[in-house]
Design a protein around this ligand. Structure first.
Ligand code: MLT
Length: 256
């Protein structure tokens, strides 16, 4: 289904009934990433999923999709659906956006769940890599998308999940390049929200992966403790929803 935000189309879907659980995908992903978990989650919840601006079937909103702008998109969707409070689940960039949402609308979030994500901002080197990506993507978009997705998986997952990886690449090739670049700028410019996570007064959970190439496990485990966030660690790379599907399902069942 489609709702309008800033006169642009945003794709969303809802399933089930009960307390609301809103699922926010990451960079170069779409609401499709949550499909394998729907049957279980929608037994007890109304599950709301959207394609973030510039991803999947949703329009591009601006040159930069700041984490705040994407959080505003989620807020508008909740208003549109008349949903008061949610369990908010975010994968990676979806976690950055969830923290921006919590900062602005803390009373709307009953539980916060981060998967392969971090409250930290990009390091200076990380910001330089984003700027490099913005150049490469204009020159060789397909090669950039293929590499960016492939690099997220642990080495030993690349053969095992080659079909899933190909599917994710094929989907991402269809995203508008302006949308991909808008998200890269938004991630590059995001602020550190460790204090937001720390000050969030209700239940908060984070799932981290031991071989995640972009979320260093030691640093993020330490941050979880510092912010009183319940932490679960699984093996594998950044794409736990594919690489460790049963564990993620169990985790979501546990938090729900
Ligand atoms: C994601 O998976 O959402 C992104 O790769 C996160 C990032 O690049 O920081």
């Amino acid at each position: 289904m489609i709702f309008k935000f800033q006169n642009k189309s945003i794709f969303y879907e809802t399933y089930g009934e009960g307390p609301a659980m809103l699922l926010v995908h990451g960079f170069l992903e779409s609401s499709n990433m949550w499909k394998p978990f729907l049957e279980e989650l929608s037994k007890k919840n109304i599950v709301v999923m959207l394609d973030l601006p510039g991803h999947g079937s949703s329009d591009v909103l601006a040159e930069t999709h700041s984490m705040e702008l994407m959080a505003e998109t989620i807020h508008a969707l909740l208003e549109y659906l008349n949903i008061e409070t949610i369990t908010l689940v975010g994968h990676s960039m979806g976690g950055y956006i969830s923290l921006a949402f919590v900062e602005k609308y803390p009373e709307k979030v009953e539980k916060l769940v981060l998967i392969n994500s971090t409250p930290l901002a990009d390091s200076e080197e990380g910001k330089r890599n984003r700027d490099r990506a913005l150049k490469v993507i204009d020159q060789t978009p397909k090669a950039y998308i293929s590499m960016a997705i492939g690099n997220l998986f642990a080495e030993e997952s690349r053969d095992k999940f080659s079909d899933e990886i190909e599917n994710q690449k094929t989907e991402a090739y269809s995203f508008p390049l302006e949308g991909i670049k808008a998200a890269i700028r938004g991630m590059r410019d995001r602020k550190n929200r460790t204090e937001v996570l720390k000050n969030f007064p209700r239940e908060k959970f984070i799932l981290l992966a031991a071989e995640d190439p972009i979320m260093p496990i030691a640093e993020n485990t330490h941050l979880a403790k510092e912010t009183n966030t319940f932490v679960k660690i699984v093996s594998g790379g950044h794409m736990s929803s594919i690489e460790k599907r049963p564990e993620v399902e169990e985790f979501l069942h546990f938090v729900g």
